[in-house]
Design a protein around this ligand. Structure first.
Ligand SMILES: [Zn+2]
Length: 484
């Protein structure tokens, strides 16, 4: 997903996201090198060529070292990374990728060739995903997840992935604004901004940092800045990158989300020190941070969302709370008394209860009540955040700890929805009223951490072939345009 190689820069925000049609085919000269020199300048272009030949080799050795370095970093923690691999790259390096999978890494789909899906029509996207899956199947490589090259997802590709059997995707970028850390030199700021705009990143909020179910997929957000932005765009050293990732980890922890870090194996050796700093930081946080692969995180989210939490009256000011949930799920309670099970201090006002059924005391029913005119998606959304929800009349509302009237629902487009859901999560999670809910993460973890990596190329040949692959797609699209 290294955007330095991306042969265009004017398509940000113009994909099929939220019904917006795909961008017109970018005008790219036949010779990508001339284009690259024009857009980056000769000095930067030569710098880039030098970098390519120092990070990739003609054999698999350097690429393999980068992959193993990431696996090595996670091994002491009993966890594995997730590598998203284009079908053609898996096809060229099946034994290497099988060896990496055998060491506990998840291998996920990353398109057939490394093309931005926003440049393909719906049928073209479908064919690419199908071809990628066929290659994985041919090499007996299990797959669960999909990450679009360049994070170039579209609403159509989400639906198609679910239809083709993909369990989750990881494409929604969340921007951890690092401008306050004074690390961006003025002369490098524009390149950094370009990366941000290409990703169509959402602001960092508690809601945006959580997975969500959509069109049959679990969608796990990905956090930026990634290794490319920090090492190449901002030219930071390893120690500083480790500090930045630790600052981001702290923020994700405070907001109770998932930190899906993205690396590229060609920087695997370079990243190793920063990765160690991040993993050590996460392990030292007061509450556990769940470190696992993306497929495990998506699977957990799906299972937890199927859990139910019943709150029924059992006497004056007393409530019976029953969870039908996976074994690893925990109850969280705040501003109420638990009668028949121990509770532990957890985070903020929330206390943790490791029981499936408890009796609690509270002056009002400790659930979220919604007005009758609040549309059903709001209730579904709050349940996904772990809260028991009921719909009540205004007269009944005084009996409930929290009453919300949200007649406008969650909004229609992506950004509106993100803003409204973020506001709702903030409102409910900071309300100092009696509430019970299911914890978002297993075994009382405060947050989740996944180390993911896009394996766009292993060798110099892979890197150069990407130019030809992209040219083939461009020619095919031009052919289609002429026929129509
Ligand atoms: Zn990629």
């Amino acid at each position: 997903m290294a955007r330095n190689e991306q042969p265009y820069s004017d398509t940000a925000g113009a994909g099929w996201v939220d019904g917006i049609p795909p961008a017109p085919l970018p005008t790219v000269p036949a010779n990508l090198f001339i284009f690259s020199i024009k857009t980056k300048g000769l000095r930067n272009f030569l710098r880039r060529v030098h970098t390519i030949f120092t990070r990739f080799g003609f054999s698999e050795r350097r690429g393999a070292n980068g992959l193993h370095a990431i696996v090595d970093a996670l091994e002491p923690y009993g966890a594995g990374p997730t590598f998203y691999v284009p079908g053609v790259v898996l096809q060229r390096h099946p034994q290497l990728m099988a060896g990496i999978a055998a060491r506990g890494a998840e291998i996920g789909l990353h398109g057939d060739v490394h093309v931005d899906y926003r440049l393909l029509d719906r049928a073209g996207q479908y064919e690419h995903t199908e071809r990628a899956i066929a290659i994985f199947d041919r090499h007996s490589m299990p797959w669960q997840g999909f990450r679009n090259p360049y994070l170039g997802w579209t609403s159509g590709s989400v639906v198609d992935c679910a239809e083709l059997g993909v369990a989750y995707d990881s494409n929604e970028a969340v921007d951890h604004d690092i401008s306050g850390l004074n690390l961006i030199q003025p002369e490098l700021a524009s390149g950094y901004s370009l990366s941000l705009s290409l990703y169509q990143a959402l602001p960092c909020t508690a809601y945006n940092l959580r997975p969500r179910r959509e069109d049959g997929l679990v969608r796990v957000p990905i956090s930026i800045p990634d290794d490319e932005m920090l090492f190449d765009r901002l030219r930071l050293n390893v120690a500083t990158v480790g500090q930045v990732w630790s600052v981001v980890m702290q923020k994700v922890y405070d907001l109770g989300g998932v930190y899906a870090l993205n690396l590229h194996p060609e920087r695997g050796m370079l990243c190793r020190g920063a990765l160690d700093t991040l993993l050590q930081y996460a392990a030292r946080l007061p509450l556990p941070v769940w470190l696992d692969r993306m497929d495990a995180i998506a699977d957990w989210w799906r299972r937890r969302c199927q859990a139910t939490l019943q709150v029924t009256p059992s006497g004056e000011g007393r409530w019976d709370v029953t969870a039908d949930a996976p074994d690893e799920a925990v109850l969280l309670v705040r501003n109420l008394t638990v009668d028949d099970a121990p509770s532990e201090e957890w985070f903020g006002s929330d206390r943790l209860v490791r029981a499936r059924r408890v009796h609690v005391q509270a002056d009002r029913c400790p659930v979220v009540a919604l007005s009758e005119r609040t549309p059903p998606p709001v209730a579904a959304f709050l349940r996904e955040q772990g809260y028991p929800v009921v719909c009540v009349t205004e007269e009944e509302s005084a009996a409930y700890a929290l009453y919300l009237d949200e007649p406008e629902g969650l909004g229609l487009d992506r950004r509106e929805r993100a803003a409204r859901c973020s506001r709702l999560v903030q409102l409910v999670e900071t309300a100092e009223v009696p509430l019970v809910r299911l914890g978002l993460w297993p075994n009382g973890s405060r947050a989740a951490l996944a180390i993911s990596s896009d394996v766009d190329s292993i060798t110099v040949q892979d890197f150069l072939l990407r130019i030809l692959e992209w040219r083939d797609i461009r020619n095919a699209r031009q052919g289609q345009a002429r026929q129509s």
